[in-house]
Write a protein that binds this ligand. Structure first.
Ligand code: PRP
Ligand code: URA
Length: 210
């Protein structure tokens, strides 16, 4: 597993406002989207491209375009949905599949309640979006889901991670080429499985408590 923490003052600044309990939902949503776009820049560094010939107003030349098959973006519902527009802004030709997962707040085990993904993911570059990597159970299950469908190239993009969750995902993906791009690695998990200092419940802060 390769982990990249996007250490940039703009990211740290936006993260600070995002963490603040006083930040209202409307600002929280905007910041998640903006942070996603900044993280997407790092996460797509190895996106597959192919060469293409074009003609400028001055001369013919060659450039590159995103290769086929197009990348697949997989937001994990609910909270990952808040990252989707920030990602497609940068990668508009990508396709989007969905995984719905909810963590049982007592056992901290994830369950998958929805799935809309291609049956065959071989040869697809997959980008999984989830703002929070806490125990790592949800992300490990999501990555396993994609690998079981034949994916071999998976990048996860998270805004915050706990060291315990990173270790759990590492153990679950041992020997596999999985990349994780993060805004920050926080101190630890608390006794309720929340990231400390974290930002609270990302889904609730985006969409309210349901
Ligand atoms: C949150 C978060 C992750 C998961 C992280 O989602 O968005 O998916 O918890 O926790 P883990 O690393 O311990 O598995 P949640 O299950 O609360 O669902 P929601 O997005 O609908 O709020
Ligand atoms: N899910 C969240 O939304 N926040 C946490 O801190 C942990 C899991």
């Amino acid at each position: 597993m390769r982990v990249h923490v996007a250490d940039h003052p703009l990211i740290t600044h936006k993260l600070t406002v995002l963490r603040d309990v006083q930040t209202p939902s409307v600002t929280f949503r905007e910041l998640v989207s903006e942070l996603m776009t900044l993280l997407a820049y790092e996460a797509t560094r190895d996106v597959r491209v192919e060469s293409v010939g074009i003609t400028t107003p001055v001369a013919p030349t060659t450039g590159v375009r995103i290769a086929d098959p197009k990348p697949l973006i997989v937001p994990i519902l609910r909270a990952g949905l808040g990252m989707l527009d920030g990602m497609v802004k940068l990668l508009p030709s990508a396709e989007v599949g969905f995984l719905g997962m909810a963590r049982n707040e007592e056992t901290l085990q994830p369950t998958t309640y929805a799935e809309r993904l291609p049956d065959d993911l071989s040869g697809r570059q997959c980008f999984v979006l989830d703002p929070m990597l806490a125990t790592g159970g949800s992300l490990a299950a999501a990555i396993k889901f994609l690998l079981d469908r034949g994916a071999t190239d998976v990048t996860a993009i998270c805004i915050l991670a706990a060291p315990e969750g990173l270790a759990a995902v590492e153990a679950a993906t041992e020997g596999l080429d999985v990349k994780i791009v993060l805004g920050a690695v926080d101190e630890r998990l608390n006794e309720n499985g929340y990231i400390v200092p974290g930002l609270g419940d990302a889904g609730d802060r985006l969409y309210g408590t349901v």
